[in-house]
Design a protein around this ligand. Sequence first.
Ligand SMILES: Nc1ncnc2c1ncn2[C@@H]1O[C@H](COP(=O)(O)OP(=O)(O)OP(=O)(O)O)[C@@H](O)[C@H]1O
Ligand SMILES: [Mg+2]
Length: 338
Amino acid sequence: MTATISATGLVKRYGEVTALDGLDLSVPEGTVLGLLGPNGAGKTTAVSILTTLLEPDEGQATIAGVDLRTRPDEVRRRIGLSGQYAAVDEVLTGYENLDMIGRLYHLGKARSKTRSRELLERFDLVDAGDRPVKTYSGGMRRRLDLAGALVAEPPVLFLDEPTTGLDPRSRIDLWAVIRELVAKGSTLLLTTQYMEEADQLADEIVVIDHGTAIARGTSDQLKSQVGGDRIDVSIDDADQLGRARAVLERVAVGDVEVDAPVRRLLAPISGGAGTLTTALRALDDAGIAISDVGLRRPTLDDVFLTLTGRRAEHEETSEDDAGRESDPRESTSSGAPS
Ligand SMILES: Nc1ncnc2c1ncn2[C@@H]1O[C@H](COP(=O)(O)OP(=O)(O)OP(=O)(O)O)[C@@H](O)[C@H]1O
Ligand SMILES: [Mg+2]
């Protein structure tokens, strides 16, 4: 049986820029595919093509068995989309936004009303539900937009960076909603710049860069390529480095790296925080004084560094960079790489 979302050889060019360069994707029914990549990798382009907003230059795709090119209307009936930039009506209230979508999808007056109220509740927007959207914060708009994608209960969902701009608590709430949807049988493609998010939600991850897949597999498979979690320990006494290494080797799943000049050790582990506790206890039992410790989980940067030998280009690198942040699209209109 063909996968619910199936695409082969997708190519999209914008003048000199090749946004997608022969991308293949396959998402079996009831599973989540995480499309992971840095700014400009081609994530939104892929989502736009699969949701009929954009025509590919080459390649084909089917959604729930329906051909994208020949029956786009039929495809639209089966999908929900929450785009990267929230598409909500500023003048209408949150409730009215959802109800309008319900009517567009012919849910019927009563059903549309119930469904809209249900979703406001689920996305923690009950109090704001009867206020115009122009009074909403960025995170609230984001959540309303996501609710909008769910009004018609589509079996196939596309979420383009659903948690970018959300605070940690809203992000975790949203993960719960997504898990619930999948448990009920939805098929989902989500894009993200966060390894952790793909790790939490996706059954399979496709890492893309410059419009092509550079790696694919389960989170565990990718992590084993990248090196997985690592304990990062700095110790007080350089003379104890050898002993510390021996202790860490007992809990590590690979070679322990020693950076002698800074008295630091990196040990690849599996088992996360539990293993960290075990390691710390073992170091303590061996009488080794620790000056700093952390658990390093692989990030998109680590994945990138390992796969491509260079760092991913981030939009939001640090607080200090905030002032220089720009819409990635701006660089294309000024004709960046030509
Ligand atoms: N309308 C357009 N005109 C010209 N170039 C475009 C257009 N849309 C996208 N591109 C270019 O295509 C490439 C892929 O862009 P896309 O928006 O798909 O990336 P993305 O992975 O979604 O990035 P981000 O994480 O920043 O959202 C980029 O080089 C981008 O500059
Ligand atoms: Mg994008």
